[in-house]
Write a protein that binds this ligand. Structure first.
Ligand code: NAD
Length: 350
């Protein structure tokens, strides 16, 4: 099993292994005494992994109750969040009790936000079952839900007590869900190069998946430990996300997060290249990765449309600029406060 320690204000471990789901209860018990546990999952993961998860928690002495939400980004709403809160209250959880988020980033974000706010905050454990959540969403403590006005507008920082995942659960993911995870992996490869880039170039397989996810988590660990509340360089993790979030919103949350990030990241890469910052060779390495994994980076929206929506949102909250992540080279990205006018010039006619 691979163990990575995250030294945030409240430290915790990320445990990664193959065929380890049945050991979940025992591992939680070493970080938390027996208590009531509310497992939150979605209707797809329910049929696949809820039984095993409940049995493991039950065997370890936890009193388990489970709540199933409908899967999908369109369900990452305040109403679903409130239904989870109602469930925690009706299950009579108190401050000593715990939430377990079993599923992808949507479940993790909603259940984490419920744990962050129920009784002003109770413990929660992330058990990610998608590649995207394993390498990104489950680590770092960002929780929340979307509003019609935009992504993740209602949320809180709340670090989990433990992140635990079984890489065998990725075997049931659809090819599209694998692609969505790879997209965030390409983000890490662009931010830091190194082993993540090597793994992606070589191809992700059952043999190297645990090492690949661990290398991604280590990059996130280093960035989050240095800037837990995103006041500075944690913004690097938003590479491709500023435009990606606009794409998700324009599609009424129909374009999956990973695919939207791929589109956003490819715009930034091409714009950085056109501005003479990113070399042709490194641009091609990035674009080749999207092609290798079959990620669709066609825009579907004009750059003008994207910037107009971005500026509308941000200006409504009083800003005339955004923190934008520029790619100088692979392993060399910077956060720059960029005025909308400059951003528009930067990406138009791509
Ligand atoms: N909190 C953070 O720091 C952070 C970071 C990145 C992304 N996110 C959020 O994560 C979300 C995207 O996460 P996602 O891509 O995991 O989406 P998701 O949670 O919607 O999962 C994708 C699909 O896979 C299904 N699924 C989950 N595990 C499965 C398995 N093992 N086998 C078969 N099907 C399975 C789900 O039911 C769903 O239909 C977005 O809302 C995004 O904003 C959060």
């Amino acid at each position: 099993m691979i163990k990575i320690e995250i030294k945030t204000e409240k430290p915790y471990e990320v445990l990664i292994g193959k065929a380890i789901l049945s050991g979940l209860g025992g591992h939680i018990l070493s970080a938390h005494k027996a208590c009531k546990v509310a497992v939150v999952t979605d209707n797809i993961v329910d049929a696949l992994y809820l039984g095993q998860t409940e049995a493991s928690l039950d065997d370890a002495g936890f009193a388990v109750n489970s709540f199933v939400i409908e899967s999908g980004e369109r369900k990452k709403t305040p109403a679903v969040y409130l239904s989870v809160i109602d469930f925690l209250a009706s299950s009579k959880l108190n401050r000593e009790d715990m939430v377990v988020a079993l599923g992808g980033g949507v479940v993790g974000d909603i259940a984490g936000f419920a744990a962050a706010t129920y009784m002003r905050g109770i413990d929660f454990v992330q058990v990610p079952t998608t590649l995207l959540s394993a390498i990104d969403a489950s680590v770092g403590g960002k929780t929340g839900v979307d509003l019609a006005e935009g992504k993740n507008l209602l949320g809180a920082f709340h670090q989990p007590r433990l992140v635990f995942y079984d890489t065998d659960t990725f075997k049931t993911l659809s090819p599209d869900d694998i692609k969505n995870g790879v997209s965030e992996g390409i983000k890490y490869a662009v931010l830091r190069g190194g082993k993540v880039l090597e793994h992606l170039t070589a191809g992700i397989s059952d043999e190297n998946i645990a090492d690949f996810v661990a290398e991604c988590v280590k990059i996130k660990r280093d960035i989050v430990e240095a800037d837990e509340k995103e006041r500075g360089n944690r913004r690097l993790l938003n590479l491709g996300h500023t435009l990606g979030h606009v794409i998700e919103k324009l599609s009424s949350f129909g374009t999956p997060h990973g695919q939207a990030v791929a589109k956003g990241l490819s715009i930034v890469a091409r714009a950085s290249n056109r501005a003479g910052i990113l070399s042709d060779g490194e641009l091609n390495i990035i674009l080749d990765l999207f092609a290798q994994y079959g990620l669709d980076i066609s825009l579907g929206y004009s750059p003008h449309e994207l910037i107009s929506h971005l500026s509308l949102d941000k200006k409504a909250s009083g800003d005339d600029a955004v923190n934008f992540v520029d790619i100088i080279g692979i392993g060399n990205c910077v956060v720059k406060k960029t005025a909308f006018l400059d951003l528009k010039k930067y990406i138009e006619n791509l």
